[in-house]
Design a protein around this ligand. Sequence first.
Ligand code: 8OZ
Length: 373
Amino acid sequence: MANLFDPIDFGDISLSNRLVMAPLTRNRSPKAVPNDLNAIYYEQRASAGLIVTEGTPISQQGQGYADVPGLYLPQAVEGWKKVTKAVHEKGGKIVTQLWHVGRVSHVSLQPNGAAPVAPSAVPANSKTYIINPDGSGAFAETSAPRALERWEIAGIIEDYRKAARAAVDAGFDGVELHAANGYLLDQFLKNGANQRTDDYGGSIENRSRFLLEVVDAIAKEIGSGRTGIRLSPVTPANNITETEPQAVFNYVVGQLGARGLSFIHVVEGATGGDRNFSQGDKPFDYRELKSVYRRAGGKGGWLVNNGYDRESAIEAVESGYADAVAFGKLFLANPDLAQRIKDNAPLNEPDRATFYGGGAKGYTDYPALEAVA
Ligand code: 8OZ
């Protein structure tokens, strides 16, 4: 019987345990460049079996929030080297999450103040975070997007490829492709946002084309065993909707099965919220999703996320439901979460007021166990 504290290989990445740090947006990297404080934060969490970094835009066009670190500037690659070195020196593993927000952006964050891009000109009606001209931060309505021209899609795939190369140059063990939470790849997959009439819209095969082309470009560049992906079949994050999520995601994981990926990371239910939330006419069946993937030859790690606690995580791994469990808020507040879960020790409470933006407070000052009296 597998145990939460057993090591496991996710493709070419060896994890020392099955507790994974989920990607968490923290908005503490001004000018899109990771800094020394970011390195301390990740280093403190290196006892995770694997760290997935916060979403990391692949281009300025892929940027949707102020002060998130990117992978498209040479300075950012240098900044990330400090992070990966610190984590590796503590014996940890770290992948970066490659991110393009699509329509979830604001003109003030886009190159030349242009409209954000999307599969179709359907607004997200969501909120993003920007910096005002006077330097203060503010939540803002997402700007109306424009539909990508068909010829532009190859350029975005190229941006993903270059970012994957930059990730390896920066010392990451691999990448997680962010195909979740209503951002660009999820917008292409789901029929609420994708109303295209070319071969990237319409049928499920067509709506999955962009995602599969991006996966192939990244896998060819850095190796499929270093490439993972995050999916959120039913989340309503950023107002994304799909009428037939089971059919869409069964198709996607069926196609991913033969591609030799490192891991499949599934957000169950509403991201950061109700695990039982669903879309479509029946509850989403995650066991079916996994079995479709395995039947298609998929051997990657099956990583699950959303609202797990000690007990449900132990059960998920021991029962064989999942290979590993990703924790977000608990890792944010407990740098030594793996040890605490192992010892059934008390947990620090996350402080919502310091999730996004700011400095060390609520970031690198959560105490580890030995520091607790
Ligand atoms: C919270 C705030 C901003 C962005 C996601 C990258 O939902 C995010 C995100 C989360 O995947």
